[in-house]
Design a protein around this ligand. Sequence first.
Ligand SMILES: NC(=O)c1ccc[n+]([C@@H]2O[C@H](COP(=O)([O-])OP(=O)(O)OC[C@H]3O[C@@H](n4cnc5c(N)ncnc54)[C@H](O)[C@@H]3O)[C@@H](O)[C@H]2O)c1
Length: 335
Amino acid sequence: MEKKLNVAIVGTGYIAHFHAKGLLDQENVTISAVCDLAVDKAQEFADKYGVADVFKSHKELLQNCACDAVVLCLPNALHVPVALDFIRAGKDVFIEKPLGVNAAEGEMLKSEMNDQKRIIMIGHMWRFDGQTQFVRAAVADGKIGEVVKTKGCGIHVDWGPEGWFTQKKLAGGGALADMGVHAIDTVRYILGDPQPESVYAVVKTCFGKYDVDDMGMIVIRWENGTTSLIESGWWHPHADGPEASTQLIGTKGYARLYPTSVEIPLEGKEGREITSLSAKDEHCDQPMYSGQMAHFVERIRTRLTPCPGIDEGLVVQRIVDAAYQSSETGEVVRF
Ligand SMILES: NC(=O)c1ccc[n+]([C@@H]2O[C@H](COP(=O)([O-])OP(=O)(O)OC[C@H]3O[C@@H](n4cnc5c(N)ncnc54)[C@H](O)[C@@H]3O)[C@@H](O)[C@H]2O)c1
């Protein structure tokens, strides 16, 4: 009989609900405690999911709760500092995307994780979506040949977030750190996780009054020769597709995620062989988040490195850092 795992959730806002449901979908997993600065909100959350202990701060939770692992659902600037406290206390940690606010703090966390022999997983959840996996498999099977270029986006159409998301001090960045990271990690996963070679970007604030970006065009050159264009944004009047939608141009065909299809021109005659998947009922659906928690729980039990782990989170974070730097200097950033 496998050991029962006690998992705590820190931050009980929007995304924490998906993770609570995801954890409750797993066998022999209990959500033993939650905490939030807004303690009434944490109590309501605890009542909804049957959580025994409620705390106001993660330090209080650490002192009073014997959990094995923790799921961090906090503003980005708190990801690494709070993760460090849990890692040093011997806990495994799931961190919502993005890893943090810069790669330097991520490297520090990685070093501590290695010293303490802990598991860290980063919430790049599109890797757990069936349609993303379908496109990745088609590319890996060589169905569209060599992928020469891609275009993907993470854009909110006609809306944008408020509160801490729009404050650089708490969020680290704007739409690029919030939405662009989904498109970056998704295309990297589909391409088989290549390393980036260089980044050129224009990242600006065009739609709102805040100190973070809401418009980004990022060009990534990967070591395998593919070039990716990523668009990030909030409040845009148009986007080519929903969050993480990606198009891939290959030497033998075309693939697309959301709407999802693989199209291969027929040899020697007109027409195409088209394989399409039907649209999902809900774009960001619970099975994707539950699959993500299943992987986290499995890696806690087996002690194998999760994927996406800290290395995948760091690659995305380095690209984000490079995009902000490139936009500031007008130069290409080479890794
Ligand atoms: N993967 C996804 O689909 C997805 C979607 C939304 C958000 N996110 C990520 O999840 C994280 C949280 O986003 P959200 O939308 O849930 O935000 P949110 O504002 O809804 O929730 C954050 C919660 O953290 C609490 N909090 C703030 N500081 C705290 C502290 N020091 N100690 C304890 N609690 C504190 C707030 O009171 C709030 O309840 C962000 O990193 C975001 O990028 C991921």
